[in-house]
Design a protein around this ligand. Structure first.
Ligand SMILES: Nc1ncnc2c1ncn2[C@@H]1O[C@H](COP(=O)(O)OP(=O)(O)OP(=O)(O)O)[C@@H](O)[C@H]1O
Length: 700
């Protein structure tokens, strides 16, 4: 019979502590395992410290934590090979420290009210009573001549301390599970919990399952004679050899120089299986003025990415805290993935408190700065790669620039845009390569560095430019004016027209770009941004073309005639018809007509659509620019010659001219919007009618 050394009462100030804890953490009972395994790993780390200081007489042994499921006993035990406790330490740490930390946990919970708490951390050892009706501790201290101690408590405030039979150093905490908590006897449940919370703890965590032979899964191979023997009491228990169930290695805790690219990739695949490979990563590694370690990955962005939901995992000392650390990292970095580990992020606080915490804000700034540094480093060292990733990186960088002033300043020199300019070939051009400040490899020293190659990356990749370079290159032709395109396919006619006249167009075609153009305008109030289809620059128009008088009696010019022709044919009061002779080396190279929508009108339209959460409608007020230099338009005038199209009694030629006016307008409109069913039907019918008439004429 074991001798009871002491029976006592645990000092308790908060009445009914267990009902309170149970109520608050009702959905989070599972955290008990995280707390017990963390304590076990702490005990092993403490033993190491003792050993370093030379206080440990014997061997350190193999550090490991073993979780044992005993199905027959309905117990779950967590054993470690750590520092252990003497009877006095059990009294002090378990009866006093553990209980007072549980009490202070409850106090903090009360203070936070109904707000969501980030981690439920710090409840510690007592969290085991959320799932156990009785908890035993058997422990043997590392200290010379220490006696093993047994502690037992049934969840009341009374405990019992006696001698234990434990013969090896360390601590075993055994939970006698409550009836409704039997799920923790299932190996897959324990595996899942360890994978979630303790996967990266730096000690092997093993799982051992003891079950009655009859409960065990049938053997895959026929029983051998030995196993088929009459079961003795011990043989009736099937004990599977402990298997390690945590990954153990936490790459973010290692030095970046110790990891290869493949190590980073492998870790990404481990965290986010079946996902596309990331573009690049940033290894966070600082001890001062706060401790932050982590690896952040830039994934490929999908246009429908939800930038409000984070996927970065938050850890504290390698123990998983939360899948979402929206309060800890700047909003614009939420699409990043990976791990952040910091002991300096307060965990038993509400999320709103966290947002206003000074250290957390400084950590967020630090992370943003490291991300900016990484991008600058890539820009400097591997411009081709930077350009290759830009489609995805650009979204982060632009979003970050809009949202974070410090980040904006950091990356403004590395914001690039795809351009129509043939860089390197532009006459006598030697674009100035912006200097980029990059953190040196060995610490916080900063140096100016020029990118390895000029803006145009390698010859076969599309050319990219910075805004500064663009403005500089075009300062004589169109000072402080930027032409841009948002849809390369739809706006191709306009882009070609600009290109032909040597006007450089930037492609601003990612989903963030409409906001980004407004942002750039605020940043550069003296620069005007016009989409290629907003208006035509004077350089595109042949102003010297003499006005052709076609009717000496009325002094009507060819342009007046064309305008009248279209006005009558289309009969759209809100449509402005403008006639211009467009410059071109090849008359067929520019379109006969274009639809223009003034920049301010288009943006107003987009804004309204956004606010009303509707699709953008193309406004009826727009301009049809008819190119009087185009042969088609000139033929059209001849066709209608003599008889301006009348609504009634039209001649066959006038009718054909009418149809062609509609057709030219529809073709021009196509670059701006698609047809609805009715419009499409009319377009097809008219196309056929025009072709029929033309073939009739040709055949006759
Ligand atoms: N497996 C163990 N081995 C040795 N000592 C332990 C073990 N588990 C708990 N202890 C001791 O009991 C104390 C109380 O544990 P408890 O988990 O309640 O709080 P904590 O670990 O100190 O703090 P927290 O869990 O809030 O981080 C620990 O500080 C430690 O000294």
């Amino acid at each position: 019979m074991t001798t009871v050394l002491e029976k006592g009462n645990i000092s308790i100030h908060t009445e009914n502590i267990f009902p309170i804890i149970k109520k608050w953490l009702y959905s989070d009972h599972e955290i008990f395992l995280r707390e017990l395994v963390s304590n076990a790993v702490d005990a092993i780390q403490k033993l190491k410290m003792v050993s370093y200081s030379g206080e440990l007489a014997g061997d350190l042994g193999e550090p490991e934590v073993v979780i044992t499921i005993d199905k027959a006993q309905k117990t779950l035990a967590v054993s470690d090979t750590g520092i252990g406790m003497t009877a006095d330490e059990v009294k002090q740490y378990i009866n006093q420290v553990a209980f007072s930390s549980a009490e202070s946990f409850v106090e903090k919970y009360k203070a936070a009210g109904d707000q969501q708490i980030i981690g439920h951390f710090g409840l510690g050892f007592y969290s085991s009573f959320m799932v156990a009706q009785r908890v035993d501790i058997d422990t043997l201290s590392y200290q010379p001549n220490a006696e093993p101690v047994h502690w037992s408590c049934d969840g009341s405030t009374e405990f019992e301390l006696s001698a234990s039979t434990k013969s090896d150093r360390g601590t075993t905490v055994t939970l006698f599970l409550q009836e409704e908590e039997q799920e923790y006897l299932e190996p897959h449940r324990i595996r899942q919990l360890i994978k979630t919370y303790c996967d990266f703890l730096p000690v092997p965590i093993k799982l051992e399952v003891k079950e009655a032979a009859s409960d065990a899964a049938p053997p895959t191979e026929p029983a051998t004679e030995a196993t088929a023997e009459t079961p003795t009491e011990s043989a009736a228990l099937e004990i599977k050899a402990p298997e390690q169930i945590n990954r153990q290695k936490a790459p973010w805790k290692e030095s970046p120089s110790a990891l290869s690219s493949e190590d980073y990739m492998e870790f990404y695949r481990y965290l986010y299986p079946f996902q596309e490979e990331p573009l690049l990563w940033v290894h966070l590694n600082t001890d001062y003025p706060f401790v932050v370690n982590g690896i952040l990955y830039f994934p490929k962005l999908k246009p429908d990415v939800d930038t409000t939901k984070g996927q970065i995992k938050l850890f504290c000392n390698q123990v998983f805290v939360s899948d979402n650390c929206e309060e800890v990292i700047p909003k614009f970095l939420l699409p990043l993935r990976g791990v952040i580990d910091s002991v300096d992020i307060p965990l038993n606080v509400s999320r709103s408190f966290l947002q206003n915490d000074r250290t957390v804000r400084r950590i967020a700034d630090y992370i943003a700065k490291k991300v900016g540094d990484r991008l600058k480093e890539l820009y400097r060292d591997n411009r081709d790669e930077y350009v290759r990733c830009w489609q995805d990186l650009g979204t982060f960088v632009k979003f970050g620039s809009i949202n974070d002033d410090k980040f904006k300043k950091q990356v403004e020199d590395i914001l690039i845009y795809r351009t129509t300019a043939k860089l390197g070939e532009v006459s006598g051009e030697k674009s100035e390569v912006p200097k980029v400040e990059v953190q040196s490899a060995d610490g916080d020293a900063w140096q100016d560095a020029s990118p390895a190659s000029p803006s145009s990356a390698s010859s076969d990749s599309p050319p990219y430019t910075t805004l500064k370079e663009y403005l500089e290159r075009n300062k004589d032709r169109h000072p402080n004016r930027v032409f841009y395109c948002t849809d390369e396919v739809a706006q191709t006619t306009y882009v070609e027209l600009h290109k032909q006249q040597g006007l450089e167009v930037l492609f601003m075609d990612s989903f963030i770009d409409s906001h980004f153009v407004s942002f750039l305008e605020r940043e550069h109030p003296d620069v005007k941004f016009s989409r290629v289809d907003a208006d035509l620059d004077d350089t595109l128009i042949d102003k010297d073309k003499p006005a052709d008088i076609v009717d000496p009696t009325t002094n009507q010019t060819r342009s007046d005639r064309i305008k009248e022709l279209f006005q009558k044919a289309l009969n759209k009061p809100k449509l402005t018809i403008r006639t211009e002779a467009l410059k071109s080396s090849d008359a067929n190279g520019v379109p006969p007509a274009m639809v223009l929508l003034p920049e301010h009108l288009r943006r107003l339209q987009e804004m309204t659509a956004l606010m009303q959460q509707q699709a953008v409608q193309f406004p009826e007020e727009h301009t049809l620019l008819v190119n009087t230099s185009h042969p088609l338009i000139q033929n059209l005038v001849s066709l209608s010659q003599g008889a301006i199209i009348q609504n009634e009694g039209q001649s066959p030629s006038a009718e054909l001219a009418n149809l062609i006016c509609h057709h030219v307008y529809d073709l021009a409109l196509m670059a701006q919007k698609g047809f609805d069913a009715e419009g499409m039907q009319a377009f097809v019918e008219r196309s056929n009618a025009v072709l029929t008439r033309l073939t009739d004429r040709a055949a006759s």
